[in-house]
Every structure is written in C-alpha cells, then in structure tokens.
Design a protein around this ligand. Structure first.
Ligand code: TYM
Length: 351
C-alpha cells in the first residue's frame, strides 16, 4: 500500500496557495489512495521568530482546517508533529548524514535568512537545519509519496538524497520518497506581487487570500489583483505573471485548463470577477465546516490524540531501526529493565 505523508506549518493562517497546492488534493485524492498521514508541523514554526501563544492557536486552527477541508480520520491519520517524539529523534541522526553545504544551498533557507538579516534579526540555527527535520518527518514513516506544492520540491529531493545515503552507509533502512504535485496551481502567486509565491508568513497581506477570509474580503483582494500591462487575456507565466496567476486559480477552482480559459475572456475585469466568485465557492464549504468544528473543540482534540497514537506506532520501528543501523547501542526494553531491577532488589534483600 502506498504510504503518503505531508504537512503544513502553523506560521500563519492557511492560504489559498496551501489549499490549491496541497491540502485540497490530500482530501480529494491522497487520503483515498493509500495509507496517508497529514501533520501540523509545529516544530517547524519555531525556526523563525514566533509568539508561543500564536503558534498554539495556529496549530489548533490548522488542524481544524485540515478536517474542514475534508481529511477524514477514518481514512487517514491527522496529528501534530510535536506529539510524536520520533521526528526529533530521527532528525538528529539525519543531521549526522547531511552536510553543512547541502543545508546552505537550500533556496528557502537563503531567501528566509536574507529576509531575517534584512530586518536586522538573527537567523536561528534551526532554520538552517529545517530541511533535515522535514526529511525526518517523511522518512520516519516509510513514505513513498509526498504531495506538496512546487516550493517544497527541493526539500523532498534532500529527503531522497539522505535516505539513499543512509541506506548505502548503514544498510537499507528508509524508503526513498518522491514528491507529487498538482497539475495546476502548484505555485499560486501573491495577487499583489505575482512574481512572489503566495506565502502565509509574508507581509504582503492584500495579495494573500486566506482560507478563512470572508467572501467580500476575497472579492476585494481578487478584484484588486495586480494585472499586467496589455489588454488581452493570454496565458503566459513569464510575460504576464499576474493574469497567468488568475487563470491558474480559476482553472484550479473550476477544474478547467488555464490556457483554454484564457480564450473565454475579453477583459481582465471579467476574468477577475469570475475568479473571485470561483474562489468564494471553493472556500464556502471549508469555512462552513470549520465553523462547525470550532463549536466542538473536543472533537478536534480527540482526532489529534488518536492521530498521534497511530503515528507513534508507525514511526517507532523505523526510527529504532535507524538508531541500531547507525551504531547506537539498543536501549534495554523497559520490561526487561524492570525485571532486572526486581531481581537486584530481591538479591539485596536476601543479603
Ligand atoms: P507550508 O506550510 O509552507 O505549505 C504547506 C503546503 O502548501 C504548499 N504551498 C503552496 N502550494 C501552491 N502555491 C502556494 N503559494 C503555496 N504555498 C504553500 C506547500 O508546497 C506545502 O505542500 N516545509 C513544509 C512543511 C513540511 C512538510 C514536511 C511537507 C514540514 N515537513 C514533510 C511535506 C512533508 C512547508 O513549509 O509547507
């Protein structure tokens, strides 16, 4: 059975990019295809400056939104990364396999580090090692497929490289995973800066559609999207990134094809109007279900508790095998240790 793993990081409110690039597909395709796990990767949210209460809030919200988007705990495992120690345990071993140079070549690291330094802040060491933790997330579960948007491709490649290297050095331990991506909307761009990805932790708020934006807010953001000079609606990502982005969003929301859709519009205004309505309609059921789940926080907690229990049981054997393979002395199982302790106590009592 195909093992699928993916995650979302609670550094901000989930966006239309997260939904069209990843989460929607997890619900409609991936959870039905195999043995799937979806994770709120909260440890990753600590790699940049963070407010503890906000991370907690956003983690809860992300989990509710995954369920609202249609992840079904009967079909897949939904959990929070920090509830399963195996991620951090494995991450350290993989740090002993990855190189410093590899980390510094990661595009996201270079971009984020430059941004943090530009603000006069310092860069956390965990930002550099982030891709190793992500590799641990993936490899701990014997993952075959990682459904992600375009921006995560390089990180999944690293997970592959580390799996291959570990297996070659220490014996076969990990499945070598591969990224899968959606046909359209693998990289939804910021509506105000269509050459930048729509990222949840970015500053350009009006260009980001959040999953919980009210319909009128969505309409306003889409109607104000920056388009390109020129008038005809053509699908050209390089020359017309603004219009191409709208066409891709519309295509992803309506199940169409961006190139074909471009022929149906004579003006940018009409394209924006239809795109806005299509986004509102796609978000409506998610928002309704999210409101229901908010009224029943105990349900979400229960799902996460059970999810963590299942995830631990899945990850433990692989991570233990990696500990043995790399040369660490196996810990004495608790039951044995207890029995030994009792025997010692009995011997001492006789003396
Ligand atoms: P994150 O939280 O940034 O994004 C979650 C998912 O949404 C996709 N995505 C997008 N897709 C299209 N257009 C966009 N504008 C857009 N923005 C985000 C991302 O590609 C991702 O699939 N490092 C990961 C989280 C992670 C992870 C993992 C993912 C940690 N461990 C293990 C998979 C497997 C991240 O920051 O995703």
């Amino acid at each position: 059975m195909t093992r699928v793993f993916s995650g979302v990081k609670p550094t901000g409110h989930l966006t239309l990019g997260n939904y069209l690039g990843a989460v929607r597909r997890w619900a409609t395709v991936d959870q039905h295809r195999g043995d799937a796990l979806f994770c709120v990767v909260d440890l990753h949210a600590l790699t940049v400056e963070h407010d503890p209460a906000r991370v907690r809030r956003l983690s809860r919200q992300a989990a509710s939104l995954l369920l609202a988007a249609g992840l079904d705990p009967e079909l897949c495992t939904v959990f929070v990364q920090s509830h399963v120690d195996e991620h951090a345990r494995l991450s350290y071993l993989l740090e002993c396999v990855a190189t410093d140079g590899e980390m510094r070549r990661m595009i996201q690291y270079k971009e984020k580090a430059a941004r943090e330094q530009g603000r006069g802040g310092s860069v956390r060491l965990s930002l550099l090692t982030y891709p190793v933790l992500m590799a641990a997330d993936i490899l701990a579960y014997g993952t075959d497929e990682v459904p992600v948007g375009d921006d995560q491709t390089q990180h999944v490649e690293l997970a592959r490289d580390l799996a291959v290297r570990f297996n070659q050095r220490y014996g076969h331990t990990f499945v070598v995973p591969r990224a899968t991506r959606p046909g359209v909307a693998a990289r939804v761009m910021n509506l105000q800066e269509p050459t930048l990805k729509m990222g949840k932790s970015d500053d350009v708020g009006p260009g980001i559609v959040y999953l919980l934006d009210e319909p009128d807010v969505v309409r306003k953001k889409v109607m104000r999207a920056v388009t390109d000079s020129g008038r005809e609606v053509v699908y050209d990502r390089e020359a017309r990134p603004g219009v191409a982005n709208l066409l891709e969003i519309l295509a992803a929301c309506t199940g169409g094809d961006p190139e074909e859709l471009s022929g149906a519009y004579a003006s940018y205004g009409a394209l924006k109007k239809d795109t806005a309505e299509a986004v509102v309609e796609v978000l409506r059921p998610v928002q309704e279900r999210h409101a229901e789940l908010c009224a029943d926080p105990g349900h979400v907690e229960g799902v996460l508790r059970e999810g963590a229990r299942r995830a631990r049981a899945m990850a433990r054997p692989t991570v233990d095998a990696a500990y043995r393979a790399i040369g660490l002395l196996p810990a004495v199982p608790e039951a044995e240790a207890e029995a030994e302790g009792k025997t010692e106590a009995a011997v001492n009592a006789v003396r």
